[in-house]
Design a protein around this ligand. Structure first.
Ligand SMILES: [Zn+2]
Ligand SMILES: [Zn+2]
Ligand SMILES: [Zn+2]
Length: 766
């Protein structure tokens, strides 16, 4: 280290380049204050790749200074890399914050959108404060980020705040390194910042001095309000008002999908739902996700919020506006995404009136634009682990840190619950939940998100990974629109590798990939697969036997078709002799048509999907014959299961040509016997779950002996079922397996893009 001789005090100077989420979250004032405390000179500045620090002073002070930076970062900082080099001392007079510079590469990470902080809330409720009741209050520790940025470096002119000129008071805060709003890009106040306005569905402005108070009045009268928030528009109604909740359902279509609700604080939530410590801290975290909580049997919320479901999706307020709304006597507000079924959340004002006009009575909107829509994230605690089901607001665009360097890859994801993934060095950037790519709006959001993330992250992918399904719009995009070398990845292989990557592991492992549907290498629809996975290679060890899906994709919406297919496979024409309620409920003619289709093989693609077996059971028990949202039949089947029941059904598997084939037909005949004997659906549902747990743990044990591996990976949408996942994990653990399942990345198709990227990276290295 350089220094000075001749009795003068030794000093040294270190130049450090810090990478990660270090901009727009108060990192520079934090470092500035640390330097002042330790009497260091030098400077700090934002660059396009992160933050550069030069610090000069006594060596002990310098080393403590960097320790503090590394050990005590701010709650929202994410340091991914820090490189230090000694340089000759310059004897600066002071420590300063210098003007940002740009480099050619933009690898600085953008923070996610975070909930309003306590200090801002305090100011907002202080009648003496100049931001009293100001719904856009924020600081470097809180507020919008990802959703308002359209390019890097993260500076106000490149955000949707560029149209608001800061007033003198705001500017003073913005330029004062000692202030909490120093370089807070969304800084604003009532004098200079964004404003709310309340309009009717025709777009006519409602004259009022206080749009929030007026909106509360409208909600109390039972009106439906569209409220523009951080990542998009919510539809809000009073959750205790049956008529209002039902009206949202009716106007959004005959949807039965549960609505999320929002309450002011945990003690209000406890009036209608149960929560443990873990769930409470998840709710209170700065990301403020929706957490799935068990309902209290006696609760005053409308029964139309989550029909046929034992849980509520609950969240706490995360914008200042939410607090203004809830700081009165609402127990809870329904806050459901403002969209039409399965389309992405609406986030532009014009679009809101056009598409939600038929649904909402009034619109509480504002003039701070959202560049990129971002839905609420969703968690469910299963087996004491919080598991992310939908990864979006609060988490995107933060990277998952990889265990090794990847080439630059774009992975286009699957079709349902689509996400995309971009990789660069040791970072994997999983996009927010985009949705079901079957509709045009989602496809637009998909291609917009790819372009947006490529720009923000400055990644030009060399490799484009995609699903094998030739008709997925994500595949077509990869093959027809995207530049780069193409890599087709099998769907269930991607599920398993998504989980491996989340845990920073490599193969070989045994993988159970259980879901609704994914294109198999034989062109059939897979979904009940035991695979041997060794990074970019896999072989099929076992699968459910193939069964016709009468009408192809129509079976997804109409689970009763799968029930008939299973019954016909098990009993043939004798099924007509069975006195099953299902055969009475569905028109005979329709059933005959289905059987003819199966017999003649017309429009009957074959599937090995476990998700479809759940569907068939649900229909057979009369729980759910037709679904209005994805996974409904399986969810409702799990919801009725009677935890006290211990019985199960028999099953069998046979060695096929190159893998084991599992026949669920003995399960079906056991279930039919029970129905005819008069067993209740809750008992049968539980026996069915226990059967699958036994079946797959025994299969796991057999495979373990044969392939000699003791690590097993579970992934796929079926593992969102808590009864099945916890039961199977426990049973496999008893077989001596180390069991891995997903928690930071969705186990459903929202995690596919990460698996695709990791497989493509491994292919490139081989
Ligand atoms: Zn704040
Ligand atoms: Zn101002
Ligand atoms: Zn899948």
């Amino acid at each position: 280290m350089a220094g000075e001789k001749d009795g003068k005090e030794m000093t040294c100077r270190i130049r450090a380049s810090v990478k990660g989420v270090v901009q727009g979250i108060g990192f520079r004032p934090f470092v500035y204050n640390l330097a002042k405390e330790r009497n260091l000179v030098g400077h700090i500045l934002n660059t396009s790749s992160g933050v550069n620090i030069e610090a000069e002073g006594r060596p002990e002070e310098i080393s403590l200074f960097f320790q503090e930076i590394e050990n005590n970062p701010l709650p929202l900082t994410m340091i991914t890399q820090i490189e230090k080099t000694p340089v000759p001392p310059k004897q600066d007079r002071d420590f300063t914050i210098r003007k940002s510079i740009s480099f050619s590469r933009k690898s600085a990470l953008i923070p996610a959108d975070i909930s309003v902080c306590d200090k801002c809330l305090e100011e907002m409720t202080d009648s003496e404060n100049r931001r009293y009741r100001y719904p856009f209050i924020n600081c470097t520790h809180c507020g919008p980020r990802y959703t308002i940025i359209h390019d890097l470096p993260y500076d106000r002119p490149l955000t949707s705040m560029k149209v608001f000129r800061m007033c003198d008071d705001c500017l003073r805060e913005y330029h004062d390194p000692g202030n909490r709003r120093f370089h807070a890009q969304p800084n604003a106040c009532p004098a200079c910042g964004p404003r709310l306005e309340l309009r009717d569905r025709g777009g006519k402005l409602l004259e009022t001095d206080d749009p929030v108070a007026k909106s509360i009045e409208l909600l109390k009268k039972g009106h439906i309000l569209a409220v523009k928030g951080l990542g998009g528009v919510h539809l809000a109604v009073d959750a205790e008002n049956d008529r209002a909740v039902l009206a949202v359902r009716k106007r959004k279509g005959r949807d039965e999908k549960p609505f999320a609700v929002m309450s002011l604080n945990p003690s209000r939530i406890q009036k209608y739902a149960k929560m443990n410590q873990e769930e409470e801290s998840l709710l209170l975290s700065a990301q403020r996700p929706i957490v799935i909580l068990e309902k209290k049997v006696l609760n005053s919320l409308s029964s139309h919020i989550a029909p046929k479901n034992r849980s509520f999706g609950v969240m706490l307020p995360y914008t200042p506006l939410h607090y203004l709304f809830l700081q009165n006597d609402f127990l809870a507000l329904v806050m459901t995404s403002g969209n039409l079924s399965e389309e992405p959340i609406i986030f532009r004002n014009d679009n809101a009136f056009e598409r939600l006009g038929p649904v909402a009575d009034y619109f509480l909107i504002h003039n701070r634009d959202i560049y990129c829509g971002c839905d609420d994230s969703i968690f469910r605690t299963i087996g004491s682990h919080p598991r992310i089901i939908r990864r979006a607001r609060g988490f995107v665009p933060l990277p998952l840190i990889l265990s090794r360097r990847f080439p630059s890859i774009l992975a286009c994801g699957a079709e349902l619950k689509n996400t995309v993934c971009l990789t660069f060095e040791k970072n994997a950037f999983l996009s927010q939940h985009i949705g079901d790519l079957k509709n045009l709006e989602s496809y637009r959001a998909f291609s917009f998100t790819i372009d947006h993330l490529k720009k923000l992250l400055d990644i030009e992918p060399e490799i484009v990974a995609h699903d094998l399904h030739p008709d997925y719009l994500s595949t077509r995009y990869a093959l027809d629109e995207a530049k780069g070398e193409k890599a087709g990845i099998q769907h269930h292989h991607a599920h398993i590798v998504s989980c491996l990557t989340e845990h920073g592991l490599d193969g070989p492992v045994i993988g159970f990939a259980f879901d609704g549907a994914g294109y198999g290498t034989d062109g059939k629809t897979w979904g009940g697969e035991a695979l041997l996975v060794n990074n970019h290679e896999f072989t099929r060890l076992a699968h459910l036997s193939y069964l016709p899906m009468p009408g192809g994709d129509a079976v997804i919406k109409e689970p009763w078709r799968m029930a008939i297919s299973y019954l016909f496979q098990t009993f043939g024409e004798k099924l007509w002799d069975l006195k099953l309620p299902l055969l009475q409920t569905v028109e005979k003619k329709k059933i005959e048509t289905i059987i003819q289709m199966i017999e003649k093989g017309v429009n009957c693609p074959e599937t090995s999907s476990l998700g479809r077996l759940f569907d068939a059971l649900s229909a057979l028990l009369g729980v759910c014959l037709r679904v209005s949202y994805e996974g409904q039949a399986a969810i409702e089947l799990e919801m009725i299961a009677d935890g006290e029941e211990k019985g199960s059904y028999s099953f069998e598997w046979k060695k096929g040509k190159d893998s084991y084939v599992i026949s669920p037909l003995p399960v079906i005949s056991g279930v039919v016997d029970d129905i005819l004997k008069g067993s209740s659906p809750p008992v049968i549902s539980q026996k069915f779950h226990l059967t699958l747990i036994r079946l797959f743990s025994e299969l796991g044990g057999q495979l373990k002996k044969e392939v000699g591996l003791d690590r097993i990976v579970l992934s796929g949408g079926v593992f969102q079922n808590a009864t099945f996942l916890t039961g199977l994990e426990e049973a496999l653990d008893q077989q001596g397996f180390s069991v891995f399942s997903q928690s930071k990345v969705p186990t459903n198709d929202g995690g596919i893009s990460l698996g695709q990227a990791a497989i493509a990276a491994s292919m490139a290295n081989s």
